[in-house]
Design a binder for this molecule. Structure first.
Ligand SMILES: *Cc1c(COP(=O)(O)O)cnc(C)c1O
Length: 389
């Protein structure tokens, strides 16, 4: 037996904050208690049938069985560009400004390898999706956390970033509509980001995974709609949430040519692209009639209303989201995020995610999803009502 010594890269990963919850989940399960998991951001509904049919046909075609092109099929990248034009009015050069990803997580995790040298600084939000900070850490970079606070509508306060930090920062990661806070970006905010990035020479990576999950007629904007945005950054997108395709692993990045090419070069040395049959199904998803998306959003909106009304009636405080499938709930007085999470889990079997798991500034909150059917959501409210807090 050799002695296995993992790298500093692995050893220095932040502690896994959900260990205690996983343990408690196990405990609750052992007692035979029924668990209602409002902790994971994974759609419960199936991929629409026309997309599955497109995959079935494509998988029979042997030309799809070989290595795909590293940067994505021309047809898929063209479908992305067409979709961006129709949805956001943004023009993209298919050959240079689009790269296909094996899910957007893959691209977000890899992009720091293209730009971060050991010791370089990246600006990342707290709370936030964990992948950007892990990617920057793996590349040896340092992180300056921009806190997302309620008084700023969970948008980072760029003016609060010290001048020396702004000057040395190389990259900034933002994500709107936001996971975990469900906050949405205004055009004014994105404009500030563009001008901040220009004055400080910072590459902006905007994660737009949730632009299509929005309610009450609200249409989230793309960062690339802002004048000058394509000169300072790129946008990550994914078919995961829009078409209930989390398991398929298909996403893309679009924007600044040199940035897209650099990401493509990293990828061509690590992976060999997304399975072509999946890309063909992705084309069907983006190019066919979008009524499945309308129905999906109506379903989410109904669930959101029932769960929000129930929880607000119990006295829990949060903004009803205009987009995403998350509630960012203030923990009641007397609890930390971890304590409130434990209370709900052990007493009611309802799983939520403690906000501090998304970064220090998430302390004082829990995140709850509505990716379960109506009956389960109602049941969750009733259980919390009967136990109280
Ligand atoms: C779900 C999610 C994604 C999508 O990830 P994929 O790898 O494309 O499935 C990206 N960013 C955030 C913030 C998410 O919550």
């Amino acid at each position: 037996m050799i002695k296995i010594e993992t790298s500093d890269r692995l050893n220095n990963l932040p502690p896994y904050l959900f260990k205690e919850i996983d343990r408690q989940k196990g405990e609750v399960r052992k007692k035979g208690m029924d668990i209602i998991d409002l902790g994971v951001g994974d759609p419960d509904l199936p991929t629409p049938p026309h997309i599955i049919d497109a995959l079935k046909k494509a998988v029979e075609d042997s030309t799809n069985h070989r290595y795909p092109s590293y940067s994505g099929m021309d047809d898929f990248n063209a479908a992305v560009a067409g979709w961006y034009k129709r949805r956001f009015g943004v023009d993209l050069d298919v050959g240079k400004e689009v790269v296909t990803l094996i899910g957007s997580k893959e691209g977000i995790a890899h992009i720091p390898l293209a730009f971060i040298n050991p010791g370089d600084t990246a600006l990342i939000t707290s709370p936030g999706y964990p992948v950007p900070s892990i990617g920057v850490g793996f590349a040896g970079g340092k992180i300056y956390f921009m806190d997302l606070l309620k008084e700023n509508h969970f948008l980072p306060d760029l003016e609060a970033i010290p001048d020396d930090v702004a000057r040395r920062a190389k990259m900034m990661f933002i994500n709107y509509p936001n996971n975990p806070t469900s906050a949405v970006a205004t055009e004014a905010f994105f404009k500030k980001v563009v001008s901040f990035a220009k004055s400080n020479n910072i590459l902006v990576c905007h994660d737009a995974a949730y632009t299509e999950l929005a309610f009450d007629g609200y249409k989230p904007i793309s960062f690339l709609q802002i004048k000058g945005a394509k000169g300072v950054g790129i946008e990550f997108h994914s078919l995961s949430k829009t078409y209930n395709m989390t398991g398929w692993r298909l996403g893309f990045a679009v924007g600044h040519k040199a940035v897209i090419q650099a990401l493509g070069r990293i990828k061509s040395n690590i992976d060999s692209g997304a399975f072509q049959a999946i890309q063909v199904a992705g084309i069907a998803a983006m190019e066919s009639d979008q009524s499945c998306l309308k129905e999906l959003n109506q379903t989410y909106a109904r669930r959101r209303d029932v769960l929000a009304d129930g929880l607000m009636d119990l006295g829990l405080k949060f903004d009803k989201p205009k987009a995403t499938f998350y509630f960012w709930i203030e923990v009641p007085k007397g609890y930390t995020s971890a304590e409130f999470t434990s209370h709900l889990l052990l007493k009611t079997g309802v799983v939520v995610t403690p906000g501090n798991g998304f970064g220090q500034a998430g302390e004082g909150y829990v995140r709850m999803t509505f990716t379960l059917g109506m009956e389960r959501l109602k049941e969750a409210v009733e259980r919390i009502r009967s136990v109280g807090f």
